[in-house]
Design a protein around this ligand. Structure first.
Ligand SMILES: [Fe+2]
Length: 425
């Protein structure tokens, strides 16, 4: 990488102590202050200390950049980046920002390029991010042009550290990050490999949608196993996720990542004392095409679903035969974008591919369960933005109890303990 421009270390920028005095975290560990969902300064601090801090951030799938020159537009936190496969076949990532006037120059979501040219003044960059040419560098007829000592090397794109695991791409603003495997820890790694086992992937589709709410609400949503047993008619009625299912909630040692592993029993849930408490359970409801529920056995995993939250921006899900990798892109305190990639394996036969595509109707902005989450996240956001000041409470379950209950907020408390530490709050 030699003279490539290194990303500046903003994680060491000291927070404005005077300003931080205005924020007092509640003493009760069951309380979450609502300003973390709405405050501009907190959102800015998150970019520096979390996304550009010592984290591995999910940025896309290797299968999205299959050949030399294949690229995707992605993000590190809110910061636009490009992920590209260079001439040597190495995956690189750099800021999507011209060294000249700072334009976010790459506007296509994906494509194939021999080089990148900023449309503003046509500064041209190689696939490794190096500045290759500047128009009229010597001026015209001996007049104008760049200074003689203009250093092309110092004006490359800012590059990021890149690592991969079983087909997923992660980027970091730091070169001295621990390996991704250590970042996840052994228990989470085992779950990760269940959702992406190392075989070549096949991309089934990508969609993007913007949600009204703070990005952390999405991490919360996936760690909040309690809601999954109550909100989602599809999950409860057809037995995919019911409080009485065998389920484990695993967290890493630091508490920042989590995985929910769940086994769906044969057949549909009956009317009993568990389902009686579930408002979304409708025993008479029928599916037009019940094959959407079919389980095709494809691994040794005892679980039918694994839902991972990987700090700070990745959701990785295996639900029956669906695989979904989601990237959370914060867009200020009360808006974020989700980039959902659905995938299968390259060696799937046509029937399996069809099955996966059909089953994928669960997810996405209009999916059987995806739409429920999008809606309640907006409800929480509306409350935080317009309601009277009031902490949220996450009191369910105990922190030291066995991990085989879903009626718990343990994973949320773990995340916020870590968050406070990282943010210096
Ligand atoms: Fe949900």
């Amino acid at each position: 990488m030699g003279n490539m421009t290194q990303f500046p270390d903003r994680s060491k920028v000291a927070p404005d102590a005077e300003r931080l005095k205005d924020y007092t975290w509640p003493e009760d560990p069951h309380h979450v202050p609502e300003w973390i969902y709405t405050d501009e300064y907190i959102a800015e601090l998150e970019q520096q200390r979390i996304f550009q801090g010592r984290t591995w951030n999910y940025a896309g799938l290797e299968v999205e950049v299959p050949e030399v020159g294949s690229f995707i537009r992605s993000y590190l936190g809110s910061m636009p980046i490009i992920v590209v496969r260079d001439e040597e076949g190495v995956i690189r990532a750099f800021e999507n920002r011209c060294a000249h006037r700072g334009a976010e120059f790459c506007r296509s979501y994906r494509g194939k390029a021999e080089s990148f040219t900023c449309p503003y003044h046509q500064w041209n960059y190689g696939l490794d991010g190096s500045l290759q040419s500047v128009p009229f560098r010597r001026g015209v007829k001996g007049k104008g042009g760049m200074p003689k000592d203009f250093d092309m090397g110092a004006n490359s794109l800012r590059r990021l550290n890149v690592t991969t695991r079983n087909g997923a791409i992660f980027v970091s603003a730091h070169d001295d990050m621990e390996p991704f495997e250590d970042y996840l820890g052994p228990q989470m790694l085992e779950q990760f490999d269940t959702a992406m086992d190392g075989r070549p992937l096949r991309l089934l589709g990508v969609h993007r949608n913007i949600l009204e709410g703070n990005w952390k609400l999405y991490q919360e949503n996936l760690k909040d196993t309690y809601h999954a047993t109550l909100l989602h008619t599809y999950l409860t009625t057809f037995g995919l996720f019911v409080a009485s299912n065998e389920t484990f909630v695993i967290t890493d040692e630091a508490g920042r990542h989590s995985a929910t592993c769940n086994r769906r029993p044969e057949g549909r849930p009956e009317n009993d004392e568990t389902t009686a408490e579930i408002g979304s359970f409708h025993s008479a409801m029928q599916l037009e095409d019940p094959s959407v529920l079919n389980i095709v056995k494809e691994s040794d995993s005892p679980w039918t679903s694994n839902a991972l939250t990987i700090w700070p921006n990745m959701i990785l899900i295996r639900q029956t035969n669906i695989f979904s990798a989601r990237q959370i892109v914060p867009m200020g305190p009360d808006k974020f974008m989700l980039i959902w990639a659905s995938y299968g394996y390259a060696d799937d036969d046509e029937a399996m591919q069809e099955h996966r595509l059909k089953q994928n109707n669960i997810f996405g902005p209009g999916g059987f369960i995806g739409i429920d989450d999008n809606e309640v996240i907006k409800f929480v956001s509306d409350g935080a933005l317009r309601g009277s000041e009031r902490d949220g409470v996450i009191p369910l379950g105990k922190d030291d109890e066995p991990d085989d209950t879903v009626i718990t907020d343990r994973a949320l408390r773990g995340m916020y303990a870590w968050y406070r530490k990282e943010m210096g709050l």
